[in-house]
Structure formats: structure tokens, C-alpha cells
Design a protein. Structure first.
Length: 109
């Protein structure tokens, strides 16, 4: 990525199922849910496919993440992922685990 336009941070939780993909989708939605950058079409010359989106996820379990499910919540751009160990897994009090995933969504060209 040559130029970073913005970085948004988010947290997502799956309280009952312990599903890392569900928590990751929620973290990405949290990260991008309150932003609007009207200048992006000008910065990309109108070609939104020029945008590069790097989704960094901190996940507390070594289970696969469904990247396609996360791509569905990202409106534009070429998306790539970096998944590292992090976040938190905790007992949810009803015999299962709650997973907390942290996300950093980096957008640029």
C-alpha cells in the first residue's frame, strides 16, 4: 500500500457460540460502521477497485476465519487479511465460551 487514507479500529464478540468468524465480522462492522469518506472517488479517480483494504484481526483461537464472510461487509476495494493471535476467550457463564476479536481496517491505495 503506497498511501494510507485511514485506519479504523473495532471490536466484535460472539457471546454464545464461540465462533471466531462471527466475532470477526462484528469487529470489522464496528470498525467501518461510523465512517464516510466522500473524497475517496476523487482520490481513486472514480475507480473504487483501486482501494486496498488490509484487515488485521486479533483472534483468540486457532480456528479458521471465513474470509469471504468478512469481505461481504466491506463495500469496495481489494481485501487482504492478516490474522494473529490476540483478542480474548472467556467463559460465558452458561458452559460455553465468549470470543472477543479486535480488528484494524487499513484503507489506502
Amino acid at each position: 500500500m503506497k498511501q494510507i487514507y485511514f485506519i479504523e479500529l473495532g471490536t466484535g464478540v460472539d457471546l454464545r457460540g464461540g465462533n471466531p468468524t462471527k466475532a470477526a465480522v462484528r469487529a470489522v462492522r464496528d470498525a467501518i460502521g461510523r465512517n464516510l469518506i466522500p473524497s475517496v472517488p476523487q482520490l481513486t479517480g472514480g475507480d473504487l477497485d483501486k482501494l486496498q483494504v488490509l484487515v488485521k484481526l486479533a483472534v483468540p483461537v486457532d480456528e479458521p476465519i471465513d474470509e469471504a464472510a468478512i469481505r461481504e461487509v466491506l463495500p469496495v476495494g481489494t481485501v487482504r487479511f492478516e490474522v494473529t493471535r490476540g483478542g480474548m476467550a472467556t467463559d460465558n457463564g452458561i458452559g460455553d465460551r465468549a470470543l472477543i476479536v479486535n480488528a484494524a481496517v487499513v484503507v489506502g491505495i
